[in-house]
Design a protein around this ligand. Structure first.
Ligand code: AMP
Ligand code: MG
Length: 390
C-alpha cells in the first residue's frame, strides 16, 4: 500500500521513462507475492492482498482460467482503475467474482431458474453467468448495463482471496487490452508492472482460456463466449441454449454483440496471424488424416512464401505434426489428441511469438467440438478472422 504517493517521489529519470510507457496513468511500485504451495494456500499469504482490495487498490491473481486483475466490484473508483490499468474501453463490463453461491444474492435483482441450475452443476468453475443486476452493483462495473456478470472460481488462491477481501472482486483478464490473456504471473508482470499494487504469483493456470459466459437474464439461456464449460455440457443441463452470433464469426457493422467485449479485436499477437483450415462438412466432427495433411501442406507453403519474401515467420503446429515442418519459428501449441493441452498453451504461444519478434504467423486450426469451440473462437479472433480454407 505504499503505492502511488511513495513512488511519485522516486528517482526522476526512472519516473519520466516509465510514465511515458504507462500512457499517462500514475506509476506505482508493484509488489510480487509468491505462493509457496498453491494447493494449500495459507490466509497469512493473502492477507495483505485482501487489504489492498478492501482499500480500493488492484491485485492480479491466478484463477483456473487465466490471471485476473482484481478490484472491489462494488467500488466504482476501483473499477475505473482497472479500466485505466488495462487501457480497456469503459463500455466493456467486468465480471464480479464471488467465493460462494450465497454471495450472489445481493448482486442480482432475482435468480432465474436456469441460473440456479447452472450454479449447482458447474460452480465453482469456469462458468460466468449474466443476471439482472441489483442496485448494489455500480454501473461503473457493468459498463452501464442493467445486468451483472458473476463467477465463482475454483482456484484455491482466487477463492480464498475473495473470501478474505469480504467483497466481490471485479476481475477481467490481467493483460493490457487487446494483448493475449495472461496464463502465468510473468505474463501479468510484462503488462502490469508499475500499474497495479500487487501480483500474486501462483504459477501457471490450469485451463488457459477465459470462462464460458452464459446469459440467463433473458427467456432462453444464451452462450456469449465459449469456454471450458462446453456447449455439450450446457445442453445436458438446460436442454435449449442459443449461441450468440458474435461467437461464430466477425461482428458485422452496426451489430452489437451481447457481450460487449466480443466486438473488440482480442487476444491478438503483434504479428499478423492467419489460420489455415481444411474444408469440413461438419466442424464438430474430428478432422480426417487427409484433411490434416492438406492443412499442413498449405501452412508450409504459405510460410515458405513469406520466408522467401524476407519475413520473420512463425508456425503454430501440434505435437503430432511438429516433424513435418523444417523452416520458420516452429512452436507446437499442444497435442491435437488433447484439446486441454491446446487451450492451456494457446496464449503463452502467442506471447512467445511477440517476444521472438515474429512478423507473420500461420497456424493450423482445430475441430469445433467440445473445448475446440473455445480454442477456435480465440484463435479466429486473434487472427482477425483471416482464415485460408483448403
Ligand atoms: P474478461 O473480463 O477479459 O474475461 O472479459 C469479460 C467479458 O464478459 C467481456 O467480453 C464482457 O463483454 C463480458 N461481460 C461482462 N459483463 C457482462 C454483461 N453484464 N453482459 C454481457 N457481457 C458481459
Ligand atoms: Mg480479457
Amino acid at each position: 500500500l505504499r503505492g502511488r504517493m511513495g513512488m511519485k517521489s522516486a528517482g526522476r529519470s526512472w519516473q519520466r521513462k516509465t510514465v511515458r510507457e504507462n500512457r499517462g496513468i500514475d506509476v506505482m511500485e508493484t509488489k510480487r507475492v509468491y505462493i509457496k504451495d498453491t494447493e494449500n494456500v495459507r490466509d497469512e499469504e493473502l492477507k495483505e492482498a485482501a487489504l489492498v482490495i478492501r482499500r480500493g487498490g488492484l491485485v492480479a491473481f491466478p484463477t483456473e482460467t487465466v490471471y485476473g486483475l482484481g478490484g472491489n466490484a462494488l467500488d466504482e473508483d476501483a473499477a475505473g482503475k482497472i479500466y485505466a490499468a488495462k487501457g480497456r474501453p469503459s463500455d466493456n463490463p467486468l465480471i464480479a467474482h464471488v467465493s460462494c453461491a450465497a454471495e450472489v444474492e445481493p448482486l442480482v435483482k432475482y435468480m432465474p431458474e436456469s441460473g440456479r441450475k447452472l450454479m449447482e452443476k458447474f460452480w465453482p468453475g469456469p462458468l460466468t453467468l449474466i443476471f439482472p443486476k441489483s442496485s448494489r452493483v455500480p454501473y461503473g462495473t457493468t459498463g452501464g448495463l442493467d445486468t451483472v456478470a458473476v463467477r465463482m472460481p475454483s482456484d484455491p488462491i482466487a477463492n480464498r482471496l475473495i473470501a478474505l477481501a469480504g467483497v466481490p472482486i471485479a476481475a477481467p483478464s490481467a493483460n493490457t487490452s487487446g494483448r493475449p490473456s495472461p496464463t502465468t504471473a510473468d505474463h501479468v508482470w510484462q503488462d502490469m508492472n508499475g500499474r497495479i499494487d500487487m501480483v500474486i504469483d501462483g504459477g501457471a493456470v490450469g485451463i488457459g482460456v477465459e470462462s464460458t459466459i452464459v446469459d440467463v437474464s433473458g427467456e432462453t439461456p444464451a452462450v456469449l463466449r465459449p469456454g471450458a464449460v462446453t456447449m455439450e455440457m450446457l445442453r445436458e443441463v438446460l436442454g435449449e441454449v442459443t449461441i450468440d452470433p458474435a461467437i461464430l464469426g466477425p461482428v458485422a457493422e452496426g451489430v452489437h454483440p451481447k457481450a460487449p467485449g466480443m466486438k473488440y479485436k482480442h487476444y491478438a499477437p503483434k504479428a499478423e496471424l492467419t489460420l489455415v483450415e481444411p474444408e469440413m462438412g461438419d466442424k464438430k466432427a474430428g478432422m480426417t488424416k487427409a484433411q490434416i495433411d492438406r492443412m499442413v501442406d498449405m501452412v508450409k507453403m504459405l510460410a515458405k512464401e513469406q520466408i522467401q519474401a524476407g519475413q520473420r515467420v512463425g508456425i503454430i503446429c501440434t505435437d503430432e505434426s511438429r516433424d513435418a515442418y523444417h523452416e520458420g519459428i516452429i512452436r507446437s501449441i499442444g497435442a491435437r489428441q488433447s484439446q486441454e493441452s491446446v487451450a492451456h498453451n494457446l496464449y503463452a504461444v502467442l506471447r512467445e511469438f511477440d517476444d521472438l519478434g515474429a512478423e507473420v504467423i500461420f497456424s493450423e486450426s482445430f475441430g469445433e467440438d467440445h473445448l475446440g469451440q473455445a480454442i477456435m473462437n480465440r484463435l479466429s479472433k486473434a487472427a482477425g478472422y483471416r482464415i485460408v480454407r483448403v
